[in-house]
Design a protein around this ligand. Sequence first.
Ligand code: HEM
Length: 107
Amino acid sequence: MDWIRFAKSGKDLTGLRGRLMEVTQDELQKHNKREDCWTCIRGMVYNVTPYMDYHPGGEEELMKAAGIDGTDLFDQVHRWVNYESMLKECLVGRMTTKSATASKGES
Ligand code: HEM
């Protein structure tokens, strides 16, 4: 099956059942493994774990952006790729604008 069909198959690709969350830097960094991989592109955080096997550039390349802001890496290779449309079902949420210190102690 190709990625677009897989992504539209109705599976819960983020594990969040469609809910979006505000993602802190700390949280993003935790998801830096092959089996649990998030990356951030232009402020939006995506769970790219299900996309791993489908990425035309391969797993190793995609893993370079694991748990970090992958915008620069992404732009260096393929600025024109429509990731927003491709990864719509993988959207976890937006990076929080709060600084790590400001959000400490908040629940
Ligand atoms: C996270 C979202 C990403 C998406 C949706 C994505 C999507 C794609 C797509 C659609 C292609 C094929 C492009 C084409 O043939 O014109 C591709 C190729 C490639 N991607 Fe990504 N990519 C992502 C992230 C990354 C990152 C972070 C890197 C590097 C660190 C990367 C490295 C590459 C490389 C090296 C190729 C192969 C280029 C080639 O052989 O022609 N990608 N990617």
